[in-house]
Design a protein around this ligand. Sequence first.
Ligand code: NAD
Length: 453
Amino acid sequence: MKHIVSQQRAFFYTHQTKSIDYRLKQLNKLEKLLKSNENLLNEAIYKDFKKSTFDTYATELALIYHDIKYAKRNIYKWSKVKRVGTNLLNFPAKSYIIPEPLGVCLVIGAWNYPYQLTLSPVVAAISAGNTVVIKPSELAVNTSAVMAKLINENFDPKYLKVVEGGVSETTVLLENKFDKIFFTGSPQVGKIVYQAAAKNLTPVTLELGGKSPAFVTEECNLKMAVKRMVWAKFVNAGQTCIAPDYILVHKSIENQFLELLKFEIKKEKFSIENGNYTQIINIKNLERLSNMIPSEKVYFGGGINTLERTIQPTVLQGVKFIDKVMNEEIFGPILPVIAYDNLEDAISYVNSNPKPLSCYLFSNSKKIKENVLRKISFGGGAINEAIMHISNPKLPFGGVGNSGIGSYHGEAGFKSFTHYKSILDKSNLIELSLKYYPHSKRKLSWIRFFMKL
Ligand code: NAD
């Protein structure tokens, strides 16, 4: 691994990756490679957790292609040297900011959207002119292998290299000095990565998780809210970092909400055969999720098939904040519903917990929208929608506090792999004597004057 990193660093210092032409060529190459191997990608992800071709395209590949297209369209604009004004104190001079790549980057991916979460950061790193070591999640073993095969057989390891492995391999990787580490995964492992990065003062982007609430208020369009929420929660069998983790619904509409929820889940007919559902990634997670379901609180679903490694879409009713299901991120197809009387109490509950990655609000009340957005800090989210904010590249995607550091997608991705180098380019025409010895009161008052401007 040491060799891979030093090879990449040596290549980075040939400065080839910095040319926009080079970056565009690599983006085109990656796009072509993925497009011409979609069959392999589909087969691998189906082997891992039976994700369908439809969902693989809609929730993974389409987003990567979109990121590539968006980066290609904007790369000249993002990479441009930006002129800024010069203050009077420095007159006459030009001031400008040069976006420069950080260098050798490490991207560590998660398993739940294995292509998108691993390759979208790579697209951002390439656009910004870096080299990348890529470590996919070992839990999605086939997708990790297919990414390794495609990238390692088609790209120079001095530029892009997939390193496969789990905790021990990642630990060894993290002993190396990178110029940027981009990590997607749990807050617990995020802390390990952050500590390893700190040893070299390496900047990080940490895309983490947490419990993302969804508020359903009396003033919402309930039917539409339920339709959108059901898809957002159960796509990928709930194994989505920004899925609504639990629902806070106003007591007056709780029963109606639950009935509609049941109706919509039945209508969607979630199943592997229908291509709109997946397996739970492994038995360990299936057991973890099974232990979260209190049978007496199951309103709908609750069926567990260990052989198939699936859990039915499950709705829990009458959940209390102290219940086990409310103590950790669910990351599966279990949806606790908690009724509230007073919105302020529900807001206080959310604020008494770590800052969520996402928050959703289903409401048509302007006052409630403003209130929730003002009082709750979270990574990003949506109003009258859920999880779709990720698909707008103009919205930086990331967490805050326990749910992450930094953001990506679109220009935010480019920025997270870029250093903005500030330059004062001074003219030799004149030189004020103000800063030079001998000092005087008059010089000081001139300095005071200039600094006020
Ligand atoms: P994870 O933290 O267990 O693993 C993520 C990556 O870290 C994997 O590549 C894994 O090999 C590596 N890793 C695991 N243990 C390690 C260790 N001790 N030292 C070094 N590396 C280690 O997370 P996961 O199970 O793959 O994903 C689930 C979590 O990720 C959830 O919390 C979810 O919310 C979060 N997530 C966040 C986003 C986001 O965009 N913010 C996206 C997907 C998942």
